[in-house]
Design a protein around this ligand. Sequence first.
Ligand SMILES: CC(C)(COP(=O)(O)OP(=O)(O)OC[C@H]1O[C@@H](n2cnc3c(N)ncnc32)[C@H](O)[C@@H]1OP(=O)(O)O)[C@@H](O)C(=O)NCCC(=O)NCCS
Length: 163
Amino acid sequence: MVNFQFRIMQADDLEEVLITETSSHLTPWKELHFLDCIDSNYWNYVLVDCNAPFALIGHCVVMPGFEEAHLLNITIHPDYRRLGIAKKALQAIEQTCIERNFGRILLEVRQSNVEAVSLYQAVGFQQVGIRKGYYPLPLTHQQNAREDAIVMQKTLTTKIDLS
Ligand SMILES: CC(C)(COP(=O)(O)OP(=O)(O)OC[C@H]1O[C@@H](n2cnc3c(N)ncnc32)[C@H](O)[C@@H]1OP(=O)(O)O)[C@@H](O)C(=O)NCCC(=O)NCCS
C-alpha cells in the first residue's frame, strides 16, 4: 500500500497535475478549470506520495454546496492505479463531508468509464439518474458527438449535534 497525504492544490502544482490529467481523461480539464476551482475555494487537493514527497500521484476537486458536496474530479496517476488510493481518498472526502454535516455526495461519470463506475460502486455510490449528452467527446469522434453521464450519489449518515 502506498502511503499518501492530501495537500491543498496550488497554482504551482498545475504543470504536474496537468500531466496526470491529460493522460487520464478523454477531454481533460485545462489549466483554467483548475485555476477557477482554486479561485472559488473549492476543496482542491493533490495527493502526495509520503515516500517521495515531491511526487504528485493524483488530484481531486470537490465543490462544497448547501448540505451536499459535488465531486468534480478525481484522478490517479496511471503508475499508481489499483493500489486502493482513490478508494482511500474518497473515504477521506466522505469523512470531511460528514464532519461538516453534509447529507450526500453527488457526481457525474461518463457512461463508458467502467473503472470509475466500479470504484464509486465499491465505496457505496448508487446511480440516481442520467444526464443526456453531458460530456463532450474528443474531435477524433463523430462531429458534435456527446456522451451521457451517469449521476451517482452517496447518502451520508450525518453527525447528530447534541450540544
Ligand atoms: C478511476 C480511478 C480514479 C481509480 O483509481 P484507483 O486508485 O486505481 O482505484 P482504487 O485502486 O482505489 O480501486 C478501488 C476499487 O475501484 C474499482 N476499480 C478501480 N479501477 C478499476 C479498473 N480499472 N477496473 C475495474 N474496477 C476498478 C475496484 O472495485 C477497486 O477495488 P479492487 O482493486 O479491490 O478490485 C483511476 O482509474 C483514474 O484516475 N482513472 C482516470 C480518471 C477518471 O476516470 N476519474 C474519474 C472520473 S469521474
